[in-house]
Ligand binder design. Structure first.
Ligand code: NDP
Length: 485
């Protein structure tokens, strides 16, 4: 049986890569190739940019209400195809189908719905200057936007960029990660069904260093939105900087969970387990460093480890699976290398650290790794400072508020943090002192699409979400009109 071949999407049509070359697309739960993805190059990027430029002329002039209507239709179509998309995301990425059904796909629909309605309410500023002039700000779409997205939450993060950009009247050339191209491909079919005009969204599949960098470097792509690793973000900034492109970078994290002795321990354990291991720890917002105040440290560790060993690792297509496969063989090797490093750095592996036993026959060639808990590491060792992006968490005791703030801030990253305490004053104090873009107090991953989202330090620059995204994807122009006497 021949395997399906995905296609690029340019000018509203599915098209072969110009080179006619394809890459293997592997199902991480089996290790088997199950489809092929275009191995696009700069010629495909060029074709997509030309389609996007052409579409921009009309789309940027399309009334807001009409753009909103089309995006709402697209959101409805995602909902209507929830099962199909969730299954595809599960096979492409290795995540439990239940997670794709409850998080990734509903959130993709929510992204389109949110920005479809946000544009209807978005307003710009005006200022009267001493009765002499009236200044008002036009917020105009910026043109062709380039978007590069990662593999961990494929459709969720793809739509998080595409939705605000096209809602504002821009057109888009996007490259999903070649490890997880399927749901972006399926979304293109839904765009056609929703009546999105040809060329408003264009998708170029392929490798970052080839297809991705061609989009980044294209002179007519003046706006870039990137989500991915810090090293790639630095490379994109290096190319885009001298060309004066507008760039938003959402990069890696090494997020701390701070658990004070006065916290509701049951809740803190339950949610820390979720923040450590959801999506096999492959979410930029996962809390991979847990700091626990000394009086409750032993209790926390023993109960946390007991719960981690009970997580059901297995076939992602099984409804009861809580931990699926990691995205690729090389990623499993990376995660394993950090567990080996932890041993060298003096860490004690309390559970996990290996490929799980007892996987179903179908999954024997897949890329699985047990939920892993490590203690007794120095706070400033590499395992505690570098992003692992897998099901590996370290737990460290602390003595007081000042010390744990220093621990938490002691990495080059600054994406998010979670604070667990019943002391309201402390919650506010600590939240203010943490060098991150988002602090959750007594919760984790409670998302409101209106709030600014992004990181500080090596976790990126710029903010996405809500009005920040609408501002990012529009160019302000001030018009000053003299008020006649
Ligand atoms: P990468 O940085 O490896 O890749 C991200 C995307 O960039 C992929 O599509 C990749 O293509 C592409 N790419 C790679 N090199 C280039 C280049 N030179 N020019 C243009 N594009 C390029 O990240 P991962 O896919 O491994 O994703 C995991 C990372 O993403 C983690 O560090 C994680 O923390 C971060 N992330 C951050 C989030 C945030 O909001 N801050 C959210 C989610 C993830 P290819 O696949 O071919 O390499």
């Amino acid at each position: 049986m021949s395997l399906p071949k995905l296609a690029n999407y340019a000018g509203g049509k599915f098209v072969e890569p110009i080179s006619a070359a394809y890459l293997d697309n592997v199902d991480p739960s089996t290790g088997a190739v199950y489809s092929y993805v275009p191995d696009s190059d700069d010629r495909d990027a060029e074709r997509a940019v030309a389609a996007a430029e052409k579409a921009f002329v009309t789309w940027s002039q399309t009334p807001t209400a009409e753009r909103s209507r089309i995006l709402l239709k697209l959101a409805d179509l995602i909902d209507a195809n929830l099962e199909r998309l969730a299954r595809a995301e599960c096979i492409d990425n290795g995540k439990p189908v239940k997670l794709a059904r409850t998080l990734d796909i509903p959130r993709a629909a929510a992204n389109f719905r949110f920005f479809a309605t946000a544009i209807v309410h978005f307003h710009s500023e005006s200022h009267v200057t001493d009765g002499v002039g009236l200044n008002y700000t036009l917020r105009q779409p910026r043109g062709v936007c380039g978007m590069i997205s990662p593999w961990n939450l494929p459709l969720y993060l793809f739509s998080w960029k595409v939705a605000p950009a096209i809602a504002c009247g821009n057109t888009v050339v996007a490259k999903p990660s070649e490890l997880t191209p399927m749901t972006a491909y399926m979304l293109c079919e839904l765009c056609t069904q929703a009546g999105l005009p040809p060329g408003v969204l264009n998708v170029v599949h392929g490798l970052g260093a080839k297809a991705g960098s061609a989009i980044v470097a294209h002179p007519n792509v003046r706006t870039l939105s990137f989500t991915g690793g810090t090293v790639t973000g630095r490379e994109i900034a290096r190319i885009a900087g001298p060309l004066f492109k507008k760039v938003g970078l959402e990069l890696g994290g090494k997020n701390p969970n701070l658990i004070f002795a006065d916290a509701d321990l049951d809740e803190a354990i339950r949610e820390s387990l979720r923040s450590s291991f959801t999506n096999q720890g492959q979410i930029c917002l996962c809390g991979s460093r847990v700091f626990v105040e000394r009086p409750v440290y032993d209790r926390f560790v023993s109960r946390f480890v007991e719960a981690a060993t009970k997580l059901r690792v297995g076939d992602p297509l099984d409804e009861f699976t809580e931990q699926g496969a990691l995205v690729s063989r090389s990623h499993v090797e990376k995660v394993r290398s950090y567990v080996d490093l932890a041993k060298q750095e003096g860490g004690r592996i309390l559970c996990g650290g290996a490929v799980p036993a007892g996987l179903p026959e179908r999954c024997r060639g897949g890329y699985f790794f047990e939920p892993t808990v490590i203690t007794e590491l120095p706070v400033d060792c590499r395992v505690n400072r570098e992003e692992i992006f897998g099901p590996v968490v370290t737990i460290t005791p602390f003595d007081d508020e000042r010390q744990v703030i220093d621990y938490a801030n002691g990495t080059d990253y600054g994406l998010s943090a979670a604070v667990w305490t019943s002391n309201v004053g402390r919650a506010h104090r600590v939240a203010e002192a943490l060098q991150v873009g988002t602090v959750w107090v007594n919760c984790w991953l409670v998302r409101d699409l209106r709030v600014p989202f992004g990181g500080v330090k090596n976790s990126g620059v710029g903010r996405e979400g809500g009005v920040e995204a609408l501002r990012f994807f529009t160019e302000p122009k001030n018009v000053c009109v003299r008020i006649p006497k």
